[in-house]
Design a binder for this molecule. Structure first.
Ligand code: FMN
Length: 156
């Protein structure tokens, strides 16, 4: 964040289907909650997110599908790209994570957590794991996730 800009929350996501789009939109709605003033929310697909995007942000939300017991290849590619160039620069910044799968998201969560631990990010909200259909409760959990992480970087 520079002196004349608002803090930025970078949302890096893999969103391959309508249900995962619903989750992303709920996360973004929460992050943009009108009661949270002074935060810029940037949503970028994982395959398009860059090192400057990460360096310029003040907090992060990561969203992925569970694929073969791991995070999506797209989010893995993102972390492969930014990890070493951003190491040290991002330490202590807050993050949140949501994962959607058919029946087992545990491996994807563990995989992301290992990487964000290496980056020394600070977990700002509980991981949101959603399996199967996306209902109102799932959307609400994603909304809360977005709002919770946005609040942590909002100006006093
Ligand atoms: C190649 C592939 C591997 C997958 N592996 C897993 C998995 O290990 N665990 C899981 O819960 N779901 C798995 N899924 C399901 C996806 O997570 C799911 O399709 C995705 O979250 C999108 O949800 P939707 O299909 O309901 O739109 C896999 C899907 C694909 C295409």
């Amino acid at each position: 964040m520079t002196a004349d800009s608002t803090p930025t929350l970078l949302v890096v996501h893999h969103t391959p289907s309508p249900p995962t789009r619903e989750l992303l939109e709920a996360v973004l709605a929460g992050a943009n909650d009108p009661e949270i003033a002074g935060v810029t929310v940037r949503s970028v697909p994982a395959l398009g997110a860059t090192i400057p995007d990460v360096l310029a942000a003040d907090g992060y939300l990561f969203g992925t599908t569970a694929n073969f017991g791991y995070m999506s290849g797209a989010l893995k590619h993102f972390f492969d790209t930014v990890y070493y160039p951003c190491l040290d620069a991002v330490a202590g910044r807050p993050y949140g994570l949501w994962v959607h799968g058919n029946n087992d998201t545990a491996g994807a969560v563990t995989a992301v957590q290992k990487i964000v631990t290496g980056l020394a990010l600070t977990q700002a909200a509980g991981v949101v794991e959603i399996t199967g259909g996306v209902d109102a409760a799932a959307r609400e959990r994603c909304y809360e996730l977005g709002a919770t992480v946005a609040v942590t970087i909002a100006p006093e």
